[in-house]
Write a protein that binds this ligand. Sequence first.
Ligand SMILES: C[C@@H](N)C(=O)N[C@H](C)C(=O)O
Ligand SMILES: [Zn+2]
Length: 229
Amino acid sequence: MKPYQHIPILDCGEPLVAIPGSQFALVLPHPYELLGAPYAGRSPFYLRQGVLTGLIQAQTYLQQQYTQWQILIFDAYRPIAVQQFMVNYAFMEQVRSQGLDPGNLSPFERQEILGQVYQFWAVPSLDPATPPPHATGAAVDVTLVDEAGIAVEMGSPIDEISPRSHPDYFAQSSDRDHQEYHKHRQILAQAMQQAGFAQHPNEWWHFCKGDQMWAWLTHQGTAFYGRVE
Ligand SMILES: C[C@@H](N)C(=O)N[C@H](C)C(=O)O
Ligand SMILES: [Zn+2]
């Protein structure tokens, strides 16, 4: 179990609400839907009401400095069946990228690869005491787009299982491009953090507010968003 999963949850009962496409840029078609993830009629572009309010606050702050920039929503609400699908997908991608035969993995190789996957993806737990963050509607994967609607360069793609995904990966580099990536990551993180979000320690794009990970990262005793059916 991850340390944040020990945090008790007292769900405040807020509903999931749609992220307005008129206010935010959305990655469309949605990448996991394209892969065939089982959404069963649900939309990934939903969040708890209070989390959406935070996201609006983050974008308002961003636009005080970068007037025409927007937060680009890559993913938000994620049913557990989708979490399971994406964990399986990420596992197979890791197997392939390491030149292994998926039908012929040793128990050691399987464990190693699962360990790599679970550094980035949450376990698709069905236990209401340990929900995967996106199943609570309190976690969001985001990046930025500029005034031309072009994705701002962050130095690595969302969901890459690699050290490059760590928020401070480029912090010490003297390379000009790397310094630019780091600056962009900081612009995103600052906008989100001043609106009360906490950032995943391994992922520059994952932010949460009110779930167990947030409570753990911000030293709160309780989370107020649990799993949404
Ligand atoms: C990998 C990324 N898309 C993500 O959402 N990770 C978190 C930790 C999750 O799976 O909840
Ligand atoms: Zn995420």
